[in-house]
Design a protein around this ligand. Structure first.
Ligand code: GLU
Length: 410
């Protein structure tokens, strides 16, 4: 059987109606073929489904911003970056001088003024402009799982007309939120914006954030889980220019778009979607990209606020068994473990009769467990042990064991 996913994506693609204009303030972008349209969907295990112009390369533009921000956060830590770039939606256009009235700090890293500042924070101040750019290019390449190269005509065309970004950089330099020469910073930032990706690359980059910082294809850890979570949070509030609120309510997928027509959206732990179609709406978001995301979100229940599966069926059975060595209490659990499902398990374990009967927790049907659920189960088992039970865990797949830092008498 051929999986129906590509047919479904093809169907989505054909249902989108194009409108709007190709960005022209970067002259070279105006030469883009407006009819191109590609969609790539990367799953958490690195499987990529793709249709249309999924192999077509385009410059990342603002879709570079989340990844450059991730590299800055890795370098300086979240507080170090937050001293100089905030995380508040600006509600202003992508190229506006949105800064805090008192401190001059740019509102967030997803608009130009914040992204230019972020670029200056991506590595030690001692780096030469060339080294800084190369450092970021290689970091972005690790997100994509292949070496990314700049689109030099796009970069040169933007630099020849970068008056606005230069003025934003000088403004930030004047308040000391970075101290490097503004021209060098804009030059490096612009070159990073020109890095060429395909929808396939962009989907893999997104899934790296969605996988807690691990590239699903190369399996390389690119950034920490905390950094990835922070970047996705900022994407969810600030990623879609001044249409971010509408996007979050209608589509509900943390995302970032760029003026070349790309959009990358990420559902943590599930999938990442990238679209490329150059015609933009009045906010600067790809018209067909927005339609494709809206339909996919509705059809596939991808809105981040949609109800996740409940923990109701987590406890599969509780039984007293005797396999010859006397009775033992056997608790079998299933499904993925997170806070709410682990709470059901805790409640079940807490309700076991106080006795010295051994307790066996069987997790062979548990596919995955997050950090907090492991701690919760660990704590419950520890308490049962303290109450006088002998406790055992049946974990043939190592779902809990890999994170267990405690051994009971088994
Ligand atoms: N390089 C572009 C700029 O700085 C990126 C803008 C965008 O994609 O929003 O204007």
């Amino acid at each position: 059987m051929r999986t129906p996913v590509p047919d479904y994506l093809q169907d989505i693609m054909e249902s989108c109606v194009d409108d709007g204009e190709v960005a022209s303030y970067i002259p070279e972008l105006a030469n883009a073929n407006p009819n191109r349209f590609g969609i790539a969907l990367c799953m958490d295990d690195g499987t990529v489904y793709e249709v249309g112009d999924y192999q077509h390369e385009f410059s990342l533009q603002s879709a570079a911003k989340p990844f450059a921000y991730a590299l800055a956060v890795e370098h300086l830590g979240p507080d170090g970056v937050e001293e100089h770039v905030g995380v508040e939606p600006s509600g202003d256009a992508f190229n506006s001088a949105s800064v805090d009235a008192k401190t001059g700090k740019p509102s967030n890293p997803m608009i130009n003024i914040g992204a230019i500042t972020t670029y200056a924070l991506t590595g030690p101040i001692s780096l030469t402009p060339e080294e800084r750019y190369e450092n970021v290019r290689l970091g972005m390449s690790r997100f994509a799982g292949r070496e990314l190269e700049p689109d030099l005509p796009v970069y040169e065309s933007e630099m020849a007309n970068a008056w606005r970004n230069l003025s934003l950089a000088y403004l930030v330099r004047s308040t000391g939120h970075f101290t490097l020469p503004p021209h060098d910073v804009v030059d490096g930032y612009t070159k990073v914006c020109s890095l060429k990706v395909t929808p396939h690359d962009l989907a893999v980059m997104g899934m790296t954030l969605g996988n807690g910082g691990i590239n699903p294809v190369t399996e390389e850890r690119v950034v920490s889980e905390d950094t990835a979570q922070r970047v996705l949070s900022v994407m969810s509030t600030c990623g879609m220019y001044d249409a971010s609120g509408d996007w979050m309510t209608d589509v509900g997928i943390p995302a970032k778009s760029g003026v070349s027509g790309g959009i990358v959206g990420v559902l943590p732990g599930q999938a990442s979607l990238a679209t490329f179609s150059p015609r933009l709406d009045r906010y600067g978001n790809s018209v067909r990209g927005l339609q494709a995301f809206t339909r996919l979100s509705q059809d596939l229940g991808l809105h981040i606020m949609s109800l996740p599966p409940t923990g109701e069926s987590t406890v599969r059975s509780v039984a007293r068994r005797d396999q010859g060595d006397g009775p033992e209490l056997h608790v079998e659990i299933q499904g993925p473990l997170r806070f709410s499902s682990a709470e059901r398990v805790m409640r079940t374990l807490a309700a076991l009769p106080v006795s010295d009967e051994p307790v066996v927790l069987d997790v062979s049907r548990v596919g995955s467990a997050d950090r907090i659920s492991v701690r919760m189960i660990h704590e419950s088992m520890h308490r049962l042990h303290t109450d006088g039970h002998q406790v055992m865990v049946r974990d043939p797949n190592g779902v809990l064991r890999d994170r267990w830092d405690y051994n009971w008498d088994e």
